[in-house]
Design a protein around this ligand. Structure first.
Ligand code: ATP
Ligand code: MG
Length: 419
C-alpha cells in the first residue's frame, strides 16, 4: 500500500511535514501517526495530521521555541506546535499541530486511562494504540509506512481488530468499545470476530465511561450515512444498554427506510428522526430525549432543535391544508431546517412537506411580516394590561397573516370593536 502523495499537498499536511523536518534537523525521529495515516490509505481526507516523535515534550518545545508551542497535554506527552507566522494561521486557517512523544502506556486500573505514561519507542507507541488500523506511522522523508501491528492487512480487508488481546484492551479502556462502533460506522469496516466477541463480553462495563464521552462518540456515529448500522451494532453487542436503552424498541427496517430519505446529515436531524421512529408518540420521544440530553450532555441548542423537530415535524407533514396563520409560526421556527428534514425522513405522504418547502421560498417580508400592533400600542390606546392582551395580539397576528387585517389602522379598529 502506498501513501497517496496528493494528501500531502494540503496546508495542514505541509505544516506537519515542516514540523517533522525540523525535528529531524534537530536530530530526532518523527512521523505522521494514527488517524491521518489510516484515512489517507483509505483514500479519505484526514481531519488533522498528528505527529509522533522520539523527542520529549521539553525537546519539542526547545526545537520550536516556547513561543511557538502550547503545552496541550504535556503530562501525557502532547505539545501543540504553532505555524511559524501568524499570517499563515490566518491565511490557511491552520490550527496547532499535535506533536506527541512516543509512549508506552503502563497499567490501567480505572478502566479509562493509564495510571502513568512513560516514553518509549515507535514500536511501543504503535502497540499501545487501540486498533490495528490506528497503529500505523508514515515517514514522509523516506516515503515509508511503518507497520508494527499488521494494520495494513486489516485496512486492506476493511477489518477492525484490536492491537493485541481484545479482552485485555477493552478491559484497560472501556471507551474503546464505543470507538469500535464509531470506526465501523464512519469507515464501513467489519469487526473481526474475536474483537466482536470481546465487546459483547465487556459491554456492561461501559458504565464506567462518562456520559459526556459517550455523547461525543455518539455525535459522530449519528452524523453518518451509515448510522443505522452503528445503532444495530450497539444493540447486537449489548452496548446499547449503557448508551441508549430505548434502541431495544427499534424497527430496523423502518429506521433504515427513513434514514435513506434523510437529506440533512446532521446530528440533530438524525436524533429527531431516530426518536420519532423509535417511539409511538411524541411524549415518549421527548422523555427519551431528556434522558439522553442529561447523559450525553447535549447542548441547549442541540436539545432545542431535536425537541422542536419531534414536536413539529408531524405538523409539517400534515400542513397541506393548514391556514397560513397556523403554518407561518412553524415555518419561522429557528430550527426549521432540522424540522423539515426530519419530517421528510418520516413522512408517508409528501404533500405537507412540499407545501412547506414552497412557502419557505417566500421573501422574508412575506414569510414573517412585522406585526401590525404591539403590546405598547395597546397600552397607548389606554387598554389595561391583562390576560386578554396576549390573546388579542395573537388574534391580530392570525388575522394579519390570513390577510383579514392589512394595516395598523385595521388592527386598531379591530381592538376598538373588542374593547
Ligand atoms: P479522528 O481524529 O478521525 O477522530 P483518530 O483515529 O485520529 O480519528 P483520535 O481520537 O484523534 O482518533 O486519536 C488519535 C490516535 O490515538 C488514534 O488513531 C489511536 O491510534 C490513538 N487512540 C485514541 N484513543 C485511544 C484509546 N482510547 N486507546 C488507545 N489508543 C487510542
Ligand atoms: Mg485524530
Amino acid at each position: 500500500m502506498r501513501f497517496p502523495p496528493a494528501v500531502l499537498q494540503s496546508p495542514a499536511a505541509r505544516e506537519a511535514i515542516r514540523i517533522i523536518e525540523r525535528l529531524r534537523d534537530g536530530g530526532y525521529f518523527a512521523v505522521l501517526a494514527g488517524g491521518c495515516v489510516r484515512d489517507a490509505l483509505l483514500g479519505r481526507t484526514p481531519k488533522d495530521f498528528d505527529v509522533a516523535t522520539d523527542a520529549t515534550p521539553e525537546s519539542v518545545q526547545r526545537v520550536f521555541g516556547k513561543r511557538h508551542t502550547i503545552a496541550f497535554g504535556a503530562s501525557f506527552g502532547v505539545i501543540g506546535v504553532l505555524p511559524p507566522r501568524q499570517r499563515d494561521v490566518e491565511r490557511e486557517r491552520l490550527v496547532p499541530t499535535e506533536v506527541a512523544t512516543f509512549r508506552a502506556d503502563g497499567t490501567y486500573s480505572d478502566g479509562r486511562r493509564p495510571d502513568h505514561v512513560t516514553y518509549g519507542t515507535a514500536e511501543a507507541d504503535a502497540t499501545r494504540r487501540d486498533f490495528t488500523i490506528n497503529g500505523l506511522f508514515y515517514d514522509p522523508t523516506s516515503d515509508e509506512i511503518l507497520d508494527y501491528v499488521d494494520g495494513i492487512t486489516d485496512l486492506q480487508a476493511m477489518h477492525l481488530r484490536t492491537i493485541g488481546d481484545p479482552d485485555r484492551r477493552f478491559d484497560e479502556d472501556k471507551l474503546r468499545m464505543l470507538r469500535a462502533v464509531r470506526f465501523v460506522t464512519t469507515l464501513g469496516l467489519s469487526v473481526e470476530p474475536s474483537t466482536l466477541a470481546a465487546i459483547r463480553q465487556h459491554a456492561d462495563s461501559l458504565a464506567v465511561v462518562s456520559g459526556e464521552r459517550i455523547g461525543a462518540e455518539m455525535r459522530r456515529v449519528m452524523c453518518q450515512a451509515d448510522a443505522v448500522r452503528g445503532l444495530r451494532l450497539l444493540v447486537d453487542t449489548g452496548l446499547y444498554q449503557q448508551v441508549w436503552p430505548q434502541l431495544e424498541l427499534a424497527n430496523w427496517a423502518k429506521l433504515q427506510f427513513c434514514w435513506e430519505r434523510l437529506q440533512l446529515q446532521c446530528f440533530e436531524t438524525a436524533m429527531a428522526t431516530t426518536l420519532l421512529v423509535l417511539h409511538r408518540n411524541a411524549s415518549d420521544a421527548v422523555r427519551d430525549l431528556k434522558k439522553l440530553t442529561q447523559q450525553w450532555k447535549l447542548s441547549t441548542a442541540e436539545q432545542r432543535a431535536i425537541s422542536a423537530a419531534i414536536d413539529l415535524a408531524p405538523k409539517i407533514i400534515d400542513c397541506a391544508d393548514m391556514p397560513w396563520s397556523m403554518l407561518q409560526p412553524l415555518l419561522v421556527n429557528r430550527d426549521i431546517e432540522v424540522i423539515v428534514a426530519a419530517a421528510q425522513a418520516i413522512a408517508e405522504d409528501r404533500a405537507g412537506i412540499e407545501r412547506a418547502r414552497v412557502e419557505l421560498q417566500r421573501e422574508p417580508a412575506l414569510l414573517d411580516p412585522p406585526p401590525l400592533l404591539s403590546g405598547d400600542d395597546l397600552i397607548g390606546m389606554g387598554i389595561a394590561p391583562g390576560p386578554h392582551f396576549r390573546s388579542w395580539l395573537d388574534q391580530i397576528r392570525c388575522l394579519q397573516l390570513d390577510n383579514e387585517l392589512r394595516t395598523h389602522d385595521d388592527a386598531v379598529a379591530w381592538v376598538r370593536r373588542q374593547a
